[in-house]
Ligand binder design. Structure first.
Ligand SMILES: Nc1ncnc2c1ncn2[C@@H]1O[C@H](COP(=O)(O)OP(=O)(O)OP(=O)(O)O)[C@@H](O)[C@H]1O
Ligand SMILES: Cc1ncc(C[n+]2csc(CCOP(=O)(O)O)c2C)c(N)n1
Ligand SMILES: [Mg+2]
Length: 322
């Protein structure tokens, strides 16, 4: 595994010119970079409309920052893969398909050339899995030991799944299992729930959807309108099986990159059939974890209901940078 910081100047990006650095980075991304003008090389990338196969264009942006989203011990390959996949998770949560990516980076001159190429190979690995092409970006020098790369991902969607739309009485579901994403390494190795998002986009009674990046205890509020709260059945939360994981961690750790969504007008009988259909179409487990309830006149809240039916407000928060 290549080390993040070079031990000799000649192996550091500081020994390269800006153009040489871009050439090395883009070289490691091949064959995921189309030639100019669609790809890098001119002042802008020229993206043919026909390459966005569906009616609406989606756009999202997220970064990975050394010390914030990965550590100096993380493999560069895993950090690069994470960068694309965490953006693809946002496209998945809208029910879209990812198409084009652009990366902008701030790089300390001490970063090793081998490390940055390995980072690009992680990006390429994720891109080949989900059919994304890289079409340009930017690099700038950062001081000290700083490294960040920001990725803008464009995608396409017919009818987007939105965060808004959940109504009182709707059932709340989540894909996969939650918590201990850092300790288990899933924050690096997860696969974006793209086929799951596409499946949901075709279901008429999905009323809201988002992906879980800051933790359910935070992200649930993104799908609650004024006058709505969420009741979650504590014993239904799919706690990821990992030493030290807990209900609290499953709600607060973040970086699960699972989909949280709501369904309207569904009978108990239909729930089992839906869960089976979802599994058959995507190979992914989903769990019904709660309901949207009315709380008119007060702030939206997250309530936990225990196995005895006792309801308490859950006040711990998910991840927040500030
Ligand atoms: N610097 C910014 N300028 C404009 N809009 C922003 C900025 N930062 C965030 N936003 C917008 O705020 C909204 C919420 O951002 P948030 O980062 O919570 O979404 P997210 O990408 O799903 O979450 P995460 O970053 O945890 O993956 C998004 O629509 C995003 O585009
Ligand atoms: C070194 C290191 N320290 C902490 C964490 C945990 N972490 C970082 S960002 C984030 C939420 C989503 O990020 P954002 O809001 O930027 O989208 C979480 C849970 C990590 N993965 N690596
Ligand atoms: Mg998101």
């Amino acid at each position: 595994m290549s080390e993040c910081f070079a031990r000799e100047f000649s192996k550091s990006v500081g020994s390269l010119s800006e153009k040489e650095l871009i050439r090395r980075f883009c070289g490691a991304l091949k064959p995921c970079m189309p030639p100019s003008p669609e790809g890098a090389g001119d002042d802008c990338a020229v993206l043919p409309k026909g390459n966005f196969p569906l009616e609406n264009i989606l756009s999202t942006s997220d970064a990975v920052i050394l010390g914030r989203h990965f550590s100096p011990e993380t493999s560069a390959f895993d950090a690069g893969r994470k960068l694309l996949n965490r953006n693809a998770s946002d496209i998945a949560s809208m029910g879209g398909v990812p198409v084009y990516a652009m990366t902008s980076s701030i790089i300390s001159p001490k970063i090793s050339i081998e490390w940055i190429e390995e980072f690009a190979r992680g990006l390429k690995f994720a891109a080949q899995k989900i059919g994304v092409k890289f079409v340009g970006g930017d690099v700038a020098r950062g001081d000290g030991g700083f490294f960040s790369m920001h990725l803008t991902l464009l995608g396409a969607v017919q009818k987007p799944l939105l965060r808004s739309g959940a109504k009182c009485g709707d059932r709340i579901f989540v894909t996969g299992a939650l918590g201990a994403s850092f300790e288990s390494g899933r924050h690096l190795t997860f696969e974006p729930r793209l086929k799951e998002g596409l499946f949901l986009a075709k279901c008429a009674n999905v009323s809201a959807c988002t992906d879980l990046s800051d933790g359910l205890a935070s992200d649930i509020f993104d799908i609650l309108a004024d006058g709505e709260s969420a009741e979650i059945f504590a014993d239904k939360i799919p706690v990821f099986d990992f030493v030290g994981n807990s209900l609290k961690k499953s709600l607060c750790d973040g970086e699960d990159y699972e989909l949280l969504f709501t369904m309207s007008d569904m009978s108990d009988f239909e729930v089992d059939a839906f869960i089976s259909k979802f599994k058959a179409a995507t190979s992914t487990e989903i769990t019904e974890i709660g309901r949207i309830v009315s709380s008119v006149g007060e702030k939206s809240k997250l309530y936990l209901i225990d196995a005895w039916g006792v309801k308490t407000e859950f006040k711990d928060e998910g991840f927040s940078h500030f």
